[in-house]
Design a binder for this molecule. Structure first.
Ligand code: AMP
Ligand code: ZN
Length: 169
Protein backbone atom coordinates (compact mmCIF):
# COMPACT_ATOMS: atom_id res chain seq x y z
CA UNK A 1 0.00 0.00 0.00
CA UNK A 2 1.34 3.39 -1.00
CA UNK A 3 -0.11 6.89 -0.68
CA UNK A 4 0.31 9.54 -3.34
CA UNK A 5 1.85 12.76 -2.04
CA UNK A 6 3.31 11.00 0.99
CA UNK A 7 6.98 11.96 1.29
CA UNK A 8 7.86 8.75 3.14
CA UNK A 9 6.11 6.56 0.53
CA UNK A 10 8.22 8.42 -2.04
CA UNK A 11 11.37 7.57 -0.07
CA UNK A 12 10.29 3.90 -0.01
CA UNK A 13 9.73 4.03 -3.78
CA UNK A 14 13.16 5.70 -4.28
CA UNK A 15 11.48 8.75 -5.80
CA UNK A 16 12.93 10.96 -3.06
CA UNK A 17 16.48 10.45 -1.79
CA UNK A 18 17.22 9.51 1.81
CA UNK A 19 20.23 8.29 3.73
CA UNK A 20 19.12 4.77 4.59
CA UNK A 21 20.57 2.83 7.52
CA UNK A 22 18.40 -0.33 7.63
CA UNK A 23 15.83 -2.13 5.53
CA UNK A 24 13.94 -5.41 5.63
CA UNK A 25 10.75 -6.76 4.06
CA UNK A 26 8.47 -4.59 6.22
CA UNK A 27 10.60 -1.74 7.53
CA UNK A 28 12.84 1.10 6.35
CA UNK A 29 15.04 3.30 8.53
CA UNK A 30 16.76 6.48 7.36
CA UNK A 31 18.33 9.60 8.80
CA UNK A 32 16.00 12.48 9.66
CA UNK A 33 16.65 15.42 7.35
CA UNK A 34 16.58 17.87 10.29
CA UNK A 35 18.44 15.93 13.00
CA UNK A 36 18.13 16.90 16.64
CA UNK A 37 21.55 15.27 16.98
CA UNK A 38 23.61 13.47 14.30
CA UNK A 39 22.25 9.94 13.86
CA UNK A 40 18.61 10.95 14.49
CA UNK A 41 16.85 8.12 12.65
CA UNK A 42 13.27 7.51 11.52
CA UNK A 43 11.83 3.99 11.41
CA UNK A 44 8.85 3.56 9.10
CA UNK A 45 6.66 0.68 7.89
CA UNK A 46 6.86 0.12 4.13
CA UNK A 47 3.07 0.03 4.05
CA UNK A 48 1.42 3.42 4.36
CA UNK A 49 -0.45 3.83 7.64
CA UNK A 50 -1.04 7.24 9.15
CA UNK A 51 0.09 6.64 12.72
CA UNK A 52 0.04 4.18 15.65
CA UNK A 53 -3.76 4.17 15.76
CA UNK A 54 -3.93 2.86 12.18
CA UNK A 55 -1.01 0.42 12.30
CA UNK A 56 -1.95 -3.29 12.23
CA UNK A 57 -0.67 -5.16 15.28
CA UNK A 58 1.74 -7.38 13.31
CA UNK A 59 3.36 -4.35 11.72
CA UNK A 60 3.56 -2.61 15.09
CA UNK A 61 5.55 -5.57 16.38
CA UNK A 62 7.84 -5.36 13.34
CA UNK A 63 8.36 -1.66 14.12
CA UNK A 64 9.32 -2.50 17.70
CA UNK A 65 11.73 -5.22 16.58
CA UNK A 66 13.39 -2.65 14.34
CA UNK A 67 13.50 -0.10 17.19
CA UNK A 68 15.35 -2.60 19.37
CA UNK A 69 17.84 -3.51 16.63
CA UNK A 70 18.54 -0.03 15.26
CA UNK A 71 18.76 1.62 18.68
CA UNK A 72 21.75 -0.61 19.40
CA UNK A 73 23.26 0.20 16.01
CA UNK A 74 23.03 3.93 16.71
CA UNK A 75 24.22 3.65 20.31
CA UNK A 76 27.19 1.43 19.50
CA UNK A 77 28.04 2.97 16.14
CA UNK A 78 28.05 6.54 17.43
CA UNK A 79 29.09 5.83 21.03
CA UNK A 80 26.32 8.02 22.41
CA UNK A 81 25.29 7.47 26.04
CA UNK A 82 21.53 8.06 25.67
CA UNK A 83 18.58 7.96 23.29
CA UNK A 84 15.01 9.27 23.10
CA UNK A 85 12.57 7.01 21.29
CA UNK A 86 9.52 9.05 20.31
CA UNK A 87 6.45 8.64 18.15
CA UNK A 88 4.19 11.61 17.43
CA UNK A 89 0.64 10.49 16.67
CA UNK A 90 -1.80 13.13 15.44
CA UNK A 91 -1.52 16.87 14.90
CA UNK A 92 -2.09 17.51 18.62
CA UNK A 93 1.04 15.46 19.37
CA UNK A 94 3.16 17.32 16.84
CA UNK A 95 2.95 14.85 13.95
CA UNK A 96 3.82 16.61 10.70
CA UNK A 97 4.36 13.66 8.33
CA UNK A 98 1.32 11.40 8.27
CA UNK A 99 3.07 8.13 7.54
CA UNK A 100 3.71 6.35 10.86
CA UNK A 101 7.29 6.78 12.09
CA UNK A 102 9.33 6.35 15.24
CA UNK A 103 12.14 8.79 16.03
CA UNK A 104 15.39 7.42 17.46
CA UNK A 105 17.29 10.42 18.79
CA UNK A 106 20.78 9.81 20.16
CA UNK A 107 21.56 12.02 23.16
CA UNK A 108 24.84 13.34 24.52
CA UNK A 109 25.28 14.26 28.17
CA UNK A 110 24.40 17.95 28.54
CA UNK A 111 23.48 18.45 24.87
CA UNK A 112 20.94 21.07 25.96
CA UNK A 113 17.79 19.62 24.37
CA UNK A 114 14.94 20.21 26.82
CA UNK A 115 12.28 17.63 27.63
CA UNK A 116 8.66 18.21 28.67
CA UNK A 117 7.83 19.58 32.08
CA UNK A 118 5.67 17.21 34.15
CA UNK A 119 2.48 18.32 35.91
CA UNK A 120 0.46 17.06 38.91
CA UNK A 121 -2.87 15.22 39.30
CA UNK A 122 -5.54 16.75 41.49
CA UNK A 123 -7.16 14.63 44.24
CA UNK A 124 -8.83 11.57 42.63
CA UNK A 125 -7.94 12.63 39.09
CA UNK A 126 -5.37 9.88 38.44
CA UNK A 127 -7.90 7.15 39.39
CA UNK A 128 -10.58 8.76 37.18
CA UNK A 129 -8.19 8.97 34.23
CA UNK A 130 -7.04 5.38 34.80
CA UNK A 131 -10.67 4.15 34.94
CA UNK A 132 -11.38 5.75 31.53
CA UNK A 133 -8.32 4.10 30.00
CA UNK A 134 -9.01 0.72 31.56
CA UNK A 135 -12.67 0.78 30.48
CA UNK A 136 -11.57 1.48 26.90
CA UNK A 137 -8.99 -1.30 27.17
CA UNK A 138 -11.79 -3.70 28.12
CA UNK A 139 -13.48 -2.89 24.80
CA UNK A 140 -10.13 -3.17 23.00
CA UNK A 141 -9.49 -6.55 24.60
CA UNK A 142 -12.75 -7.88 23.17
CA UNK A 143 -11.53 -6.87 19.70
CA UNK A 144 -7.91 -8.03 20.17
CA UNK A 145 -7.51 -10.92 22.64
CA UNK A 146 -4.70 -10.66 25.18
CA UNK A 147 -1.59 -12.47 24.07
CA UNK A 148 -0.60 -15.80 25.56
CA UNK A 149 1.96 -15.50 28.36
CA UNK A 150 5.38 -17.09 27.91
CA UNK A 151 4.06 -20.02 29.94
CA UNK A 152 1.42 -20.46 27.25
CA UNK A 153 -1.45 -19.34 29.49
CA UNK A 154 -3.71 -16.36 28.98
CA UNK A 155 -2.54 -13.42 31.11
CA UNK A 156 -4.67 -12.98 34.23
CA UNK A 157 -4.95 -10.63 37.21
CA UNK A 158 -2.48 -7.77 37.09
CA UNK A 159 -1.97 -8.14 33.34
CA UNK A 160 -5.66 -8.08 32.49
CA UNK A 161 -7.59 -4.82 32.26
CA UNK A 162 -10.41 -6.47 34.22
CA UNK A 163 -8.08 -7.17 37.16
CA UNK A 164 -6.81 -3.60 37.18
CA UNK A 165 -10.31 -2.19 36.79
CA UNK A 166 -11.54 -4.11 39.83
CA UNK A 167 -8.64 -2.75 41.91
CA UNK A 168 -9.78 0.83 41.26
CA UNK A 169 -13.30 0.36 42.65
P1 AMP B 1 6.95 14.31 13.04
O1 AMP B 1 6.88 15.70 13.58
O2 AMP B 1 7.03 13.28 14.12
O3 AMP B 1 5.84 14.02 12.04
O4 AMP B 1 8.34 14.21 12.30
C1 AMP B 1 8.53 14.22 10.93
C2 AMP B 1 10.01 14.18 10.71
O5 AMP B 1 10.24 13.85 9.37
C3 AMP B 1 10.71 15.51 10.98
O6 AMP B 1 11.69 15.32 12.01
C4 AMP B 1 11.35 15.84 9.65
O7 AMP B 1 12.64 16.42 9.77
C5 AMP B 1 11.41 14.49 8.97
N1 AMP B 1 11.43 14.54 7.51
C6 AMP B 1 10.54 15.18 6.72
N2 AMP B 1 10.87 15.00 5.42
C7 AMP B 1 11.96 14.21 5.40
C8 AMP B 1 12.78 13.68 4.37
N3 AMP B 1 12.54 13.91 3.07
N4 AMP B 1 13.85 12.91 4.71
C9 AMP B 1 14.11 12.67 6.02
N5 AMP B 1 13.39 13.16 7.04
C10 AMP B 1 12.32 13.91 6.74
ZN1 ZN C 1 3.23 7.00 3.13
Amino acid sequence: MNATNCIFCKIIADEVPAVKVYENEHILAFLDITPINPGHTLIIPKEHHENMFELPEALTLEMMRAVKKISHGIKDGLSEPGMNIIMNNGVAAGQTVFHAHIHLIPRKNGDGHAMWKGGKYSEGEAEKVARAIIAALEVETEKVPLKETSAGRRAEGSESPAGLYASLF
